[in-house]
Design a protein around this ligand. Structure first.
Ligand SMILES: [Fe+2]
Length: 234
């Protein structure tokens, strides 16, 4: 291929902590990268990939990652037995957010000195990188998901799974990490996707003129405010 005549355009791209950030138009917004975290070390292997297709708007699928109200009702038999009812830490950093979902076993940390406490394995950390990427830090792996709109009512999600580094000298096996992936994907995530598809079926109804978000859904509110501001308030 002749690169000179193939209509290729140079794009701004930079790698930070294992993720590649690309901007297709305008001057690079370097200030938004100031809060970019070092999610990954070069020694962490990518061990699995998956993709899904849903008849739902990409924002509905994104919203399921950003609040914990629904865990008790929607994930009654999958996540809830290990988790807590609407006990989360919800924070926003510029356009991005982080929601921490503790497991019941976080109680064990209560008896350790603060400097001995490490959150890994005791909570799921979900980072929402505005607008359509999530990084979920689980016990044995971290997943990076790109929530790609194909149409207003159809979304493809691509996920990459990266294994955590050895803990106390013990390497996490491929099987162990994959078991974690399957548990998350085949239980809770399927329930979230089904809920988003159900909501999609009702969004065009004239029954509701507006939606009300709860106090602990502020990461979703921030997501929509950022979208509105990017789209010029339309
Ligand atoms: Fe969920």
């Amino acid at each position: 291929m002749d690169k000179e005549t193939a209509g290729l355009k140079e794009l701004f791209a930079v790698e930070r902590g294992g993720l590649v950030y690309v901007q297709q138009e305008d001057t690079p917004k370097l200030d938004t990268l100031e809060t970019a975290l070092n999610f990954f070390e070069t020694s962490q292997p990518l061990f699995h990939q998956s993709d899904t297709l849903d008849e739902a708007n990409w924002k509905l699928l994104t919203e399921t990652l950003l609040e914990g109200y629904h865990i008790k009702s929607l994930h009654r038999e999958s996540f809830y037995p290990f988790g807590l009812d609407n006990v989360n830490v919800v924070e926003s950093f510029g356009q991005n957010s982080r929601v921490i979902y503790p497991f019941k076993r976080i109680e064990k940390l209560r008896f350790l000195r603060p400097d001995e406490r490490a959150i890994e394995g005791f909570a799921t950390l979900v980072y929402h990188l505005f607008p359509n990427v999530s990084v979920s830090v689980l016990s044995k792996h971290t997943s990076v998901t790109v929530i790609e709109p194909l149409s207003p009512s159809r979304t493809q999600m691509f996920s990459c799974y990266i294994k955590h580094v050895a803990k106390n000298g013990t390497e996490i096996s491929h099987e162990e990490a994959l078991r974690d992936v399957n548990f998350v994907n085949q239980s809770g995530q399927e329930e979230d996707r089904a809920a988003a598809r159900d909501i999609q079926e009702t969004v065009t109804t004239s029954a509701n003129s507006h939606l009300t978000f709860g106090y602990y859904e502020k990461a979703i509110v921030s997501f929509h405010q950022q979208l509105q501001s990017e789209l010029g308030g339309t």
